[in-house]
Design a binder for this molecule. Structure first.
Ligand SMILES: CC(C)(COP(=O)(O)OP(=O)(O)OC[C@H]1O[C@@H](n2cnc3c(N)ncnc32)[C@H](O)[C@@H]1OP(=O)(O)O)[C@@H](O)C(=O)NCCC(=O)NCCS
Length: 250
């Protein structure tokens, strides 16, 4: 299967929304808002609306993977640290914080029926390509080592250290039982016929600091279980019961 990678923006919002809706809003309704530190744990519609506002306002980035039929099947979320202030294993991370990155890669998602077909790999390659066309710089992720252990894909929000290493990343420091900070410098790529956007302008949002503190509390457990560059081609209430809690990657 050949995949086409496009940036998540106003023109691809509908495809992203269809993929997320097809997967119950992703992780019980997160809509990939957790790393923006704006996630509601109870209101998936609010998360969807917040995501759409961000996408249409150019304040959410992801490489979106389309199949041969033009259907979006997965994504790799990335953005500036200001756009994505959420940090997994923050306490351990801040004990000896690495150099401030230009970009973070935070969250992957692939449609449940299309896993194990190279979509996350294509999404990562696409994200790195988009970052290059946005000016490049130091890219950081916090991912998990899976060698010599059984890792359930549904919990691998930030893919695997091995996948990042295959894409030129190196391990910086261990911050969890299986979690490592990994990083790589991406060279700037020339614009291809389109104006190159600057990296997102840092947002001065003191309200997010409070949100950050709230977001670092563990998510409630659900009883039903856990919940512009040109396109690139790649191979490979009321009287009702309350809604189930929304999970998130953080
Ligand atoms: C983790 C996830 C993104 C992987 O997507 P995928 O398309 O199946 O991954 P790929 O087929 O591209 O695999 C690429 C590499 O990732 C690794 N990998 C993927 N799933 C793995 C698993 N369960 N265990 C170990 N390694 C795994 C492998 O190293 C693989 O390399 P290989 O081809 O050499 O074996 C997918 O399982 C997923 O979406 N999980 C849910 C995450 C989620 O809920 N995110 C939203 C949170 S709000």
């Amino acid at each position: 299967m050949r995949y086409t990678i496009r940036p998540l923006d106003a023109s691809t919002w509908a495809a992203f929304a269809e993929l997320a809706a097809r997967n119950n809003g992703v992780y019980g309704g997160c809509w990939c808002m957790a790393y923006h530190l704006e996630v509601s744990r109870t209101d998936a519609a609010q998360n969807r609306a917040g995501k759409e506002r961000r996408v249409r306002g150019g304040r959410a980035h992801a490489a979106l993977v389309f199949d041969d039929y033009g259907t979006a099947q997965g994504w790799c979320q990335y953005g500036s640290p200001e756009e994505l202030p959420g940090i997994k294993h923050r306490r351990e991370y801040e004990k000896d914080a690495p150099p401030h990155p230009d970009w973070r890669i935070t969250c992957f998602f692939v449609d449940k029926r299309h896993r194990g077909q190279g979509i996350a790999r294509a999404a990562l390659e696409g994200a790195l390509d988009q970052i290059a066309h946005l000016g490049g710089g130091l890219v950081e992720a916090i991912s998990e080592v899976t060698t010599c252990r059984e890792a359930q894909g549904r919990f691998l929000f930030s893919a695997t250290v091995e996948l990042f290493e295959q894409n030129g990343f190196t391990r910086v420091r261990k911050v969890g039982k299986h979690a490592w900070i990994v990083s790589r410098v991406i060279e700037s790529a020339p614009s291809i016929g389109q104006p190159v956007s600057s990296p997102p302008v840092p947002e001065q949002r003191p309200d997010l600091l409070d949100a950050a503190k709230r977001a670092e509390r563990p998510f409630p457990r659900a009883s039903a279980g856990p919940a512009g560059s040109a396109p690139a081609m790649h191979s490979g209430g009321g009287g009702r019961a309350p809604p189930p809690p929304i999970h998130g990657a953080l």
